[in-house]
Design a binder for this molecule. Sequence first.
Ligand code: SAM
Length: 193
Amino acid sequence: MKNKEKDIRAYFNKLDRSFFMDRFKEMASFDEAIPIGHEQTISQPSLVLEMTLALEPETDSRVLEIGTGSGFQTSLLAEFASQVYTVERIEELYHRAKERLDESGFSNISFKLDDGSMGWEENAPYDRIMVTAAASAIPEELLNQLAFGGKMIIPVGSSFSQELKLIEKDENGKIHSTVLNHVRFVPLKGKYE
Ligand code: SAM
């Protein structure tokens, strides 16, 4: 196991998931997605870990995350990357996640309340992009905002079942896609719903 993978696993194992939940805290240790209100969920922990490991954040990575949700995945990214730009469209979730991550002492997270289905153009390109809601197709805008040599994780498919894809843009700008798993995420609202 690589050192980075060991570090990510160790940090993940120490994370208190209940801190990211305002309800159903007694279910925090279950390896399941759990409701956080507004028909959204805090993701299944094993999947959050799998997605983070597959994204391979580096200490100098600039990461775009679409779908802040509870902030659970955001904290893992912020711990292992240089800067995280995270976008959430639901105001209450945006505020709560920001409060939690500010309280946790992170100073390398930029938050935005918006529809993130078309990315966050102003700060592009990103070395890594993590999409935590399901798109019907890979957003062209996100591909354009991914740096050469960058990686993106995104669930793609119908509202019932999706392929979890690892998208890699090589140094020549060529796109390579690998299916990592089959998953069921809440929909990415907007143009790619
Ligand atoms: N990883 C998060 C966690 O563990 O808390 C879970 C995120 S939840 C499965 C997906 C999130 O994506 C929800 O908070 C939802 O509001 C958000 N979302 C869906 N479509 C979005 C969009 N177009 N722009 C920004 N956020 C979006």
